[in-house]
Design a protein around this ligand. Structure first.
Ligand SMILES: Cc1ncc(COP(=O)(O)O)c(C=O)c1O
Length: 396
């Protein structure tokens, strides 16, 4: 043995990995497996992975690009100019945001990679990352793995799931180097409440931290709602970046295609980290990603109409059994309170036992998610319809 601590055995996790929150849903997964083994037809409304295929023009662009030997070598972490230009023109058209192609855009291998690596680019032990709760698990797991501390910032259901900025203790604000926000929001389906981006910018200026806006869902919107970019808020470029992904809006979860845009100093720092970690995005994926962003977005609108119809089916069924679910204006999720007498997990177990339907317990996304469950709309229409029937028949 050397050093001051006992060396763990070969294959044992690092202390940082050991410090990750325990995985609480092993029991639920075990029950799902048991039922499936017993031949029970389980419908999963759990995972947010689009069932619809990537749009044909994107696939065709990929097919041509992958056949071209010029795309077979190491890419650069800066990304192809053509990809960055496509992101810039998409941001101009969709959000009225101007991006400098040379300094304010870098490809990201999906937003998960980017959020995780931002933790390593900006956090040291002793630093704090302010993480919306409920929220995407990387907002807490990333900081822990980077040896820093996540501080959970509760989203208040009574204020449209705005973060409770006033609840952050002064010493946490002083130690904060990152703030993770996400609107349209997973898991709550909330769209950004008025003033939240402005307040985040104000606090970031006062306490010198970087705002990271996770913009994974801006393309999936309903009832005429248009999701803004964080960068459209005055002052956002001074203190923030936005992580954009083609995963959900363009049915490209498997492709690992996104971009980080915004503050050029932060983007340079992220690039510096990335040059030490990976070797960039496959050139052919960049060509296809550019094609996806530059094409007319008609298919995106058709996809939204499909999700909107599914949303209405699900919200209607929940209301029929007395669960007051709000119809979200965006995202692929319906977030609803569990009926009296249930916890998030016990309700998910109940839905599985009684209706053979998987829903996600809200507590999976953080302690503030307790008392809620999430239904994902990414299951084919026939199965959603069947799941809705089962819910109405068995859970009332
Ligand atoms: C809020 C949020 N951020 C990031 C991600 C990761 O997406 P990507 O496929 O771009 O890594 C997800 C995926 O579900 C998400 O919900």
């Amino acid at each position: 043995m050397s050093g001051s601590h006992q060396k763990p055995g070969a294959g044992a996790p690092s202390r940082r990995l050991e410090a990750m929150p325990p995985y609480m849903f092993a029991e639920l997964e075990r029950k799902v497996e048991e039922k499936r083994d017993a031949g029970i037809d389980i419908i999963s409304l759990g995972i947010g992975d689009p069932d619809l295929p990537t749009f044909p023009h994107t696939v065709e662009a990929m097919q041509a690009a992958v056949a071209d030997p010029a795309n077979h070598q190491y890419p650069s972490n800066r990304g192809r100019k053509e990809f960055r230009e496509a992101v810039a023109s998409f941001y101009r058209g969709s959000f009225d945001v101007e991006l400098d192609v040379e300094t304010q855009i870098i490809p990201a291998l999906g937003s998960k990679e980017c959020l995780y690596n931002l933790c390593f680019a900006f956090l040291d032990p002793g630093d704090v990352a302010l993480a919306s709760d409920p929220g995407y698990p990387v907002y807490t797991g990333g900081p822990i793995l980077a040896g820093a501390e996540p501080f959970l910032l509760g989203l208040d259901p009574d204020r449209g799931f705005a973060p409770d900025f006033d609840s952050i203790p002064e010493e946490k604000l002083k130690a904060a180097r990152l703030l993770f926000l996400n609107y349209p929001n997973n898991p709550t389906g909330a769209v950004v409440p008025d003033g939240v981006f402005d307040r985040a910018i104000e606090l970031a200026r006062e306490y010198d931290f970087l705002v990271v806006h996770d913009n994974a869902y801006s393309e999936i919107v309903f009832d005429g709602y248009v999701a803004p970019s964080f960068l459209a808020t005055p002052g956002a470029f001074d203190v923030g970046v936005e992580v954009f992904s083609l995963s959900k809006g363009h049915n490209m979860t498997g492709w690992r295609c996104g971009a980080i845009v915004g503050n050029s100093t932060a983007i340079e720092t992220y690039w510096r980290l990335k040059t030490n970690v990976d070797s960039g995005m496959f050139e052919a994926v960049q060509v296809a990603g550019a094609a996806a962003l530059e094409a007319p977005q008609d298919e995106v609108r058709e996809m939204c109409a499909i999700y909107q119809r599914r949303r209405d089916l699900v919200v209607g069924a929940l209301r029929d059994i007395g669960i007051e679910a709000e119809a979200p204006q965006a995202t692929i999720y319906v977030w609803a309170p569990v009926p009296d007498g249930f916890t998030s997990t016990s309700f998910a177990e109940h839905a599985l036992e009684e209706a053979a339907v998987i829903v996600s317990p809200g507590s999976l996304y953080g302690p503030t998610g307790e008392g809620f469950f999430r239904i994902s709309l990414t299951t084919p229409d026939e199965q959603i319809t069947e799941a809705v029937e089962r819910i109405k028949e068995n859970l009332s």
